[in-house]
Structure formats: structure tokens, C-alpha cells
Design a protein around this ligand. Structure first.
Ligand code: ADP
Length: 542
């Protein structure tokens, strides 16, 4: 016997329809590429998303055709999130921090038909458009009078002229909720980039889960600033969750430096922000230098790479901001775990609470996980035993777009490439990425643990630990360190700083001071590049 409930497909268009009717006055504030601040409401997002839909229909794009963006976090990008997916086309958010050769490779692989771009990225579009035969339409996301006359890009139109000519009435189509809605390529540290292809159903379920109190707690009382880019796994699903709940959204546009983000948080009364650790590093440095404090920020979700304990402490102790450590992947839409406390932790001493907060967190309902040994046997949840982390759930990929070589799944589980422990309360802690873990004398050393200690030293701005070949131990850790401007620390002082904080054999053999650590397109440390940079390095006793 079937239930007698209405069978409505879970479609992204329903988010913006709901937002318009139920919290139409909710605000969206964006810093524009032009430098000024733009404000409007969900009602206007809905109207302009329908104009986008009509504009796409006018181009005669087919169902599932790809519409690419090269854009910052901003209101026009938000309209494309709803307008493109709502019509059944696929929004493909390109990462503008990649090299033009990578961008053109990805555009060709995705077979994008339209490319919408912020004017900051005109030089990239100039460099790639001749190499992207599938792209038939270029849209500059600017006012009509800002369109350059001599762009050299055939048929270039301004976004405002493109949608301005369209009717604001549109009937969103209904179709199978399993249809593709958006796509995002992983950075592909090994081999070519691969794309996760999200569906309407996966995106909607992810939005429901992401808005839960033990996840990102999105609500109509929050003002959310996603520092995480809209080209980095759909800004972790925040645009969808915000439309679902009516949260005020604040977009930083191109001004991603610590000072600009801080000023926007203050002027718009942001209560919740989300981003990768390197971005917060810049903001904390700005705040400490300028002697300023937050007046409204209450929570921040930090993920994408391990959040150093020193950062959690700085937010909490200096500024009274709660840090929620989170873990996920492009292949997971991206939410996997968020570190929120349970009842039993509330009365703990701050130092014990900190031990919990450092972990990457508990599974959000919808994501199941397990750790396994080399032969695939499941390992205990004791908080000590570590193994390969596998996940499954309705917003985790079953295959890559145009996947070659068969499904990545193992017995229905997706291998994350991370090594982790899980404790009896279900808190998962990443030991390392399996390719970054350092194998020393048959034991494993977590590069994250080694980095976390260095990051707690007052003179250290950034630290990356990698393994170096060693004739006796196989590999030994060294730490590459960027010093804070005006601060001093010597190699021996930093090595001595490790004494008593970790087992002797886990202390790095050497410190290499560097000007900078290579960062990838999403602000993560690129250890492959660092290894290349240090290819002539020799361990002191090797
Ligand atoms: P890529 O960095 O390859 O583009 P993702 O952005 O999908 O891809 O990164 C996913 C990976 O980032 C995870 O598998 C994990 O190694 C790392 N990661 C994400 N969040 C955290 C975290 N909170 N702590 C440690 N590592 C993390």
C-alpha cells in the first residue's frame, strides 16, 4: 500500500518560490565588483531568476545543457543558482583561481554552452575563449554601460541587458528530482580534474540537513556571510539553505582580504560566517593588528582543511566566537560532519571541551561513515584506531561525470582518501589525507598534528608538514614555516617547542623557513607543490 501524500519532486526552483512567498523581504547584500554595496530582497532574486530562465529558453538551450560561471559570491551569481538549475539546465561553477589551461580543459570536458563571468575574470575569458568551441554565448555579469567595447569576445552581452529584455513571469517546469542540477570539479591533485554532478534531490536533501541546528543552524534570525566561494562546492550549500530558511545573506564579492571581510561582518551585523582556515588566518591577523573586535559574529564554520587548535582558541577566547569544525568533500556536496557538542560535553572543563572541538565532528543525518583496515575490515569506534574513511548517503557521488574506469564505490561506500578515527560518541577525527600521512619506521605520523603544534607558536603564520625520504625510517617529517611579519623564531627554538607536546619520534627532524606555502584554488595548502619546491632538500642526517 502506498502512502497518500502529494508526490512533489524536490526541485531547486521550489526554494526560490518559497523564499519569495514566505520571506520575500529577506535581505541579500553584496559587495559588487564595481566596489559599491548592492542590496535587495529574496522577492527580487525570484523575479530576476525567472528572467534568467526566460533568457536561457531564448537561447534554445536543451535540458541538462551546462551553463558555466566564473564569478565571486554575489547576487547575480545567486540568481544563476536558481535560474539555471530551476529550468533543468546544469550550473557549472568554475574555479577562477585555476590556470587558464585547466579552465579551458574543464570547460571542454563539461561541454559548457554558456559562460557567465564577473568582469574581474575578463582576462581569463580572453585567454580561453578561442579554445572552448562548445561555448556559444558569453555573458559579462555587469551593468550594460560597463560592457567593454573592445573585449574581443564575439557576441559578448552584459548580464543586465541579457536578462533585462526578458519577462519576469515564468512557470518553473517540473521534472525528475534525480535530474542533474549543478556540477563542480575537484582540484585533481593527481591526474585530471573530475566532476561531481549534483542532482536536485541531493541538493535539496543536503540543504535540509545543512540547515539543522547540529549542522549550520540556518534560520530567519541569522545573517550569514559565506566567505567560502560559490565556486567551491556551492558555497557549502549555504545559498540553498538560506533561501529555504529566510536567512539574510551577505556576499563579499571580490574583496576577500581580512580587513574587507571584517568590515562587512561589522557593517551588516553578520552572526554566522563560513570559510577555510587560511581565510580566517588573514582576518585574525588583521584584527589583532588593528586591535578591533566583533560585535555581532557568534559562530563560524571552518572546514576544507584542518582547523588549527590555535585558531579555535583565538576565536573562542579572544573574541567569544564559537568555532564549528566541519569536514566534507566536493564528492559529498560537501557536508559530511560538523563538530557540535552533545549534552554530556556542556559541563566539561574548557580544556576537555577543546579536545572534542578539535575533531572534525559527528555525521550529519544522511551521511553514514566507517573506518576500515587495508583488507576492508571495519575498525572499532574507540577514538584511537585509525583507518581509511568511507562514506555513503544520498548526497555523495555514485560516479564522476563521464566517469571512466567504473564506479569509485567499494561495496556501495565512497572511499574518501582520508585516514581517520571515530570515537564511541561518533566524533570523527581526520588523521590525515592518506597521501600526506608520514610513514616513519612502520608507524604513521599525522602531518596535521605536527602542523597544529607549530601553528600554536606565536611567531608562526603558516606551517605545512611533509615527509622526506629517510634511509633508515623510510620517511621523516619536516615542517615548512612562514614566520609572522616582524616575528622571530629559530629552527632550534621551534623544535624545542615540540618537547612535551607530542611523542619524541613525531617531532619533525627539521624546520625549513619559507616565504610562502603554495595554496590551491580553494585556499588549501598544496603539499605536492611544496614537495616540488623542496625537491633538493636533504634531511640533516640522511
Ligand atoms: P580538493 O581539496 O581536492 O579540491 P575538496 O575541497 O573536496 O577537494 O577537499 C576534500 C578534502 O579536504 C577531504 O577529503 C579532506 O582531506 C580535506 N578536508 C576537508 N575538511 C577538512 C577538515 N575539517 N579537516 C581536515 N581535512 C579536511
Amino acid at each position: 500500500m502506498l502512502g497518500l501524500m502529494q508526490n512533489q519532486q524536490l526541485l531547486i526552483s521550489s526554494l526560490i518560490e518559497f523564499a519569495e512567498r514566505h520571506h520575500g523581504e529577506g535581505e541579500i547584500v553584496s559587495r559588487r565588483v564595481e566596489g559599491d554595496i548592492h542590496r535587495y530582497t529574496y522577492k527580487e532574486v525570484a523575479v530576476r531568476s525567472r528572467q534568467v530562465a526566460n533568457a536561457l529558453d531564448a537561447l534554445k538551450l536543451k535540458f541538462s545543457d551546462r551553463v558555466a560561471t566564473l564569478a565571486w559570491n554575489g547576487y547575480r551569481h545567486l540568481e544563476l543558482y536558481f535560474g539555471v538549475s530551476g529550468t533543468g539546465r546544469v550550473l557549472h561553477t568554475l574555479n577562477p583561481r585555476l590556470h587558464p589551461d585547466q579552465i579551458s580543459w574543464i570547460v571542454n570536458h563539461a561541454e559548457d554552452s554558456v559562460l557567465c563571468f564577473d568582469m574581474s575574470f575578463l582576462p581569463i575569458v580572453k585567454a580561453v575563449h578561442g579554445r572552448c568551441p562548445t561555448v556559444k554565448h558569453y555573458v559579462a555579469m555587469c551593468d550594460a554601460d560597463k560592457l567593454p567595447a573592445d573585449s574581443g569576445i564575439p557576441g559578448l552581452v552584459s548580464y543586465e541587458a541579457w536578462i533585462g529584455a526578458q519577462d519576469s513571469q515564468y512557470q518553473w517546469p517540473s521534472f525528475d528530482e534525480n535530474s542533474a542540477s549543478s556540477m563542480c570539479y575537484t582540484s585533481g591533485t593527481t591526474g585530471n580534474p573530475k566532476a561531481a554532478l549534483y542532482s536536485h534531490r541531493s541538493t535539496m536533501l543536503h540543504a535540509f540537513a545543512g540547515a539543522l541546528p547540529d549542522a549550520m543552524a540556518m534560520s530567519a534570525r541569522e545573517c550569514i556571510l559565506p566567505v567560502v566561494p560559490m565556486f567551491h562546492v556551492n558555497a557549502w550549500g549555504i545559498p540553498y539553505g538560506a533561501a529555504m530558511t529566510g536567512a539574510k545573506l551577505v556576499f563579499p564579492g571580490p574583496a576577500m582580504d581580512g580587513k574587507s571581510i571584517f568590515e562587512l561582518i561589522e557593517s551588516e551585523k553578520v552572526s554566522f560566517a563560513a570559510g577555510v582556515p587560511t581565510v580566517w588566518q588573514m582576518m585574525l591577523a588583521h584584527m589583532q593588528g588593528a586591535g578591533v573586535r566583533f560585535s555581532t559574529l557568534k559562530r563560524t564554520v571552518i572546514g576544507g582543511s584542518a582547523c588549527p587548535p590555535a585558531m579555535i582558541t583565538a576565536f573562542n577566547d579572544l573574541y567569544g566566537v564559537e568555532v564549528l569544525h566541519a569536514w566534507g568533500m566536493t564528492e559529498m556536496s560537501p557536508l559530511g560532519t560538523v563538530c557540535t557538542l552533545k549534552n554530556k560535553h556542556l559541563d566539561m572543563a574548557p580544556k576537555d571541551k577543546m579536545q572534542v572541538r578539535l575533531k572534525q565532528g559527528r555525521g550529519v543525518f544522511g551521511v553514514d561513515m566507517k573506518i576500515v583496515d587495508g583488507s576492508g575490515e571495519e575498525l572499532p569506534w574507540d577514538g584511537k584506531t585509525y583507518g581509511d574513511l568511507l562514506v555513503k548517503g544520498p548526497w555523495i557521488i555514485s560516479d564522476y561525470f563521464k566517469g571512466e574506469g567504473g564506479s569509485p564505490l567499494v561495496d556501495g561506500w565512497f572511499p574518501t582518501g582520508d585516514v581517520a578515527t571515530i570515537d564511541a560518541d561518533g566524533y570523527m577525527q581526520i588523521t590525515d589525507r592518506s597521501k600526506d600521512v608520514i610513514k616513519s619506521g612502520g608507524e604513521w605520523i599525522s602531518s596535521i598534528d605536527v602542523e597544529n603544534i607549530a601553528m600554536a607558536h606565536p611567531a608562526v603564520a603558516m606551517a605545512a608538514c611533509i615527509g622526506m625520504k629517510h634511509p633508515k625510517w623510510d620517511e621523516r617529517p619536516i615542517i615548512a614555516v612562514v614566520k609572522k611579519p616582524g616575528s622571530e623564531v629559530t629552527r632550534n627554538e621551534l623544535i624545542a617547542f615540540y618537547e612535551g607536546k607530542t611523542a619524541k619520534w613525531q617531532i619533525p627532524d627539521d624546520v625549513v623557513f619559507v616565504e610562502g606555502i603554495p595554496l590551491g584554488g580553494t585556499g588549501k595548502m598544496q603539499k605536492t607543490k611544496l614537495r616540488e619546491m623542496l625537491k633538493d632538500y636533504k634531511l640533516p642526517d640522511a
